[in-house]
Design a binder for this molecule. Structure first.
Ligand SMILES: *Cc1c(COP(=O)(O)O)cnc(C)c1O
Length: 461
């Protein structure tokens, strides 16, 4: 399988090259050159597989430059850190199924992809003899998942910038209590946006980027999408053993997770039917689906902060398919969007978008009352991100087709909002209980490119 850019500006590359490239060098996003077709015999054989066996089968369609045995080991190692034997268990609650994606080390779904990405990076660097310094800014969730993905790995150091005292106490501790020698937490006296601007500035410094082999772990890496395709396939096959189809509801921010669902549906068009794109009050993507209006707004803070996003970084991947895989058109559209902050779609395109996705925007109040009512009716505590997806799902139910709601975080990660909804904090899992007693390490710096740059130069591999 070869990979191409949504903007058409690179020669086809292999999976390994795609992982190391991250963002395509022409500014586009990498995609497989063709989507594999799955025959019904293969589907039947997949139904009998465990999660990791299925992961291997799905990855093998897209990865042909890592030997099967090595790929199997990478997968096993990546999911051995999960605390549930099924990795992503499916539980039925009243009218919907909840696909619990939060059994990894940081209790959010990003572990599914970042555990794998960390291991693949280590494997590829071992092979090439190179090293990498990962640099990223976080508002809370991605940082800890990335740190847990590469802690203790050879040939990799990681520098994660978070806004000092502006992430939740648990989020801060999740990051700063990882004291492996290759992990560097930087708290800046500033905001998340300041942190992102600094990271961008350093990545744009080509000499610096090359000298220190800067690497990124953001959600545009194809390996992350690929890892996420697996749980859609896993859940869809479980619920269609006797025929029929399934729907999925996905709380969405960067369009990464829902794009993985889009790929899964291309693999299993006879099993996966609707994809419900659920947003919080940052409803750019809902406006896009319902009205063909893709225009930047202002970011509103909500109780589901990992979806408080305006520019959906993976959106371009869907755009490429909307434009019938026409890279020149995709490039022109993205350049226009860069200039105007807006994209327009024809009536025919709007119809296609509405065929591809259903969508709902869920308000702050609706989110909290959904956590409350779901708890009352089912005794099950949703985190606010999951609650956005569940609320949207319940508005789109169309039985007898089962509806699978992706549970993207454990409620204990967002206990403030949960307590507001149900009157008491959620149960705290074992791994969270004594976080504040652990040793922690973090460097506090000004929100100043020069200071951060010097800190990296001093500690980089
Ligand atoms: C990142 C995140 C999301 C949004 O996922 P995208 O791939 O950005 O759409 C939803 N919920 C939680 C808990 C997250 O951490």
């Amino acid at each position: 399988m070869k990979y191409i850019s949504t903007r058409g500006g690179i020669d086809p590359i292999s999976f390994k090259q795609a992982v190391m490239m991250g963002l395509a060098t022409d500014g586009g996003l990498l995609l497989p050159q063709i989507m594999p077709l799955i025959d019904s015999t293969t589907v039947s054989s997949w139904r009998r597989m465990s999660y990791t066996e299925l992961a291997h089968a799905v990855f093998s369609l897209f990865v042909d430059d890592i030997p099967a045995k090595d790929l199997q080991q990478l997968i096993e190692r990546s999911y051995s850190t999960f605390n549930h034997p099924e990795i992503t268990p499916l539980v039925q609650k009243d009218k919907v199924y909840i696909l619990e994606l939060f059994h990894g080390p940081t209790l959010a779904f990003k572990d599914v992809a970042l555990q794998f990405l960390g291991n693949v990076f280590e494997y590829l660097l071992q092979e090439s003899g190179e090293k990498m310094n990962i640099l990223g800014a976080t508002s809370g969730d991605t940082g800890s998942a990335a740190i847990y993905g590469v802690r203790g790995k050879e040939r990799i150091n990681i520098f994660i910038i978070h806004p000092y005292k502006r992430v939740s106490a648990v989020q801060e501790l999740q990051m700063t209590t990882v004291t492996d020698a290759n992990v560097f937490n930087i708290a800046i006296r500033g905001t998340f946006d300041d942190g992102q601007a600094i990271v961008k500035n350093l990545f744009n410094n080509i000499a610096f980027k090359q000298q220190y082999h800067l690497g990124a772990v953001n959600s545009i890496n194809w390996a992350r999408i690929l890892a996420q395709v697996v749980y859609y396939v896993y859940a869809a096959l479980k619920l269609t053993e006797n025929g029929g189809m399934v729907d999925f509801s996905v709380p969405t921010g960067n369009f990464g997770d829902i794009f993985a669902g889009f790929v899964a549906r291309k693999l299993l068009p006879d099993q996966i039917r609707n994809l419900v794109l659920a947003t919080n009050e940052n409803d750019l993507l809902t406006r896009f689906v319902l009205k063909g209006d893709y225009s930047l707004g202002k970011v509103v803070q909500t109780s589901s902060p990992s979806m408080d996003i305006q520019v959906a970084s993976n959106f371009e991947r869907y755009l490429y398919f909307l434009y019938d895989e026409n890279a020149a058109r995709t490039r022109d559209a993205m350049l226009e969007f860069g200039k105007t902050g807006k994209l327009h779609f024809s009536a025919v395109e709007q119809e296609r978008i509405r065929t591809a996705f259903l969508s709902e925007s869920v308000s702050q109040d609706q989110t909290i009352s959904r956590i409350r009512s779901f708890y009352k009716e089912n005794g099950y505590v949703l985190d606010p991100h999951t609650a956005v997806g569940v609320d949207a799902a319940l508005r789109k139910l169309d039985s007898p087709t089962p509806m699978v709601c992706l549970a993207t975080a454990h409620p204990a990660k967002f206990s403030g909002a949960v307590e507001e909804a149900i009157g008491h904090p959620p149960e705290i899992p074992e791994s969270f209980r004594d976080l504040d007693k652990k040793e922690s390490r973090c460097r506090v710096l000004d929100a100043d490119v020069k200071q951060i740059k010097e800190f990296i130069e001093k500690n980089a591999l």
